[in-house]
Design a protein around this ligand. Structure first.
Ligand SMILES: C[S@@+](CC[C@H](N)C(=O)[O-])C[C@H]1O[C@@H](n2cnc3c(N)ncnc32)[C@H](O)[C@@H]1O
Length: 209
């Protein structure tokens, strides 16, 4: 999609189709956002993230907050949580859930924006990106942008947790990395899933003195 990023009120880059162009959207979540919470495959990670909230007054930033699956439980345990997501339909579902849960704007707010290019003009005690948000980024420039934004928004002494999944690639799709086993009777090769080591780190920025 050709887009025309404009700075929103929250300092986020809001991605909109170019004016005068057909309003075709490339948001793959546009038609499925309302069903997202029915996905039976989401990880059981809410307890992990709520346990990271350092204090009831803490400020939290959730990158790629989607429909608020994690954001809403977090909002019950912290001073303030800000969510950012590129998908307007996902944010719309999240806003609706916040409204129905009677969670006020001073406790939780969400905005449409690109996590690779935003500036909220403040820092947060904890930044999280649950459920593979990082793996939605495809280019070095997006990753650099994300880490620039993390640097800008993480408080001194704050914690940042980025979730990634551990891929199981089939050898044919990653030549040179995988292995094949011979099936003696048929004499044909059989693919075997290969687990690649991925480390998930909890990074804490050192406090400045
Ligand atoms: C698999 S969903 C995870 C949603 C939520 N974190 C959860 O745990 O349920 C990935 C989310 O990342 C968002 N996303 C992907 N790329 C993004 C970007 N560049 N900026 C902001 N959000 C992005 C998608 O719109 C989607 O809502």
């Amino acid at each position: 999609m050709r887009s025309n990023p404009t700075k929103g009120r929250a300092g986020l880059n809001i991605v909109r189709p170019l004016e005068g162009k057909p309003s075709v959207t490339s948001d793959i979540r546009a038609n499925v956002a309302q069903y997202y919470d029915l996905n039976p495959e989401v990880p059981a990670d809410v307890g992990f993230y709520t346990a990271l909230v350092p204090s009831p007054e803490a400020s939290i930033l959730e990158l790629g907050c989607g429909t608020g699956r994690v954001l809403l439980p977090i909002a019950q345990r912290c001073g303030y949580v800000q969510g950012v997501d590129l998908s307007e339909p996902m944010i719309a579902v999240c806003r609706d859930k916040l409204r129905r849960a009677h969670i006020p704007g001073k406790k939780a707010a969400v905005a449409v924006g690109d996590i690779c290019d935003f500036n909220l003009g403040r820092t947060f005690d904890l930044i999280i990106a649950p459920y593979r948000v990082l793996q939605n980024l495809e280019t070095d420039s997006q990753l650099h942008g994300l880490f620039r934004c993390l640097h800008t928004h993480l408080s001194s002494g704050g914690t940042c947790v980025l979730n990634v999944f551990r891929p199981k690639w089939m050898p044919r799709s990653c030549a040179g990395i995988g292995s094949r086993t011979k099936r003696p009777s048929a004499g044909r090769s059989r693919s075997r899933a290969v687990e690649l080591p991925v480390t998930i780190d909890v990074l804490t920025s050192p406090p400045t003195t």
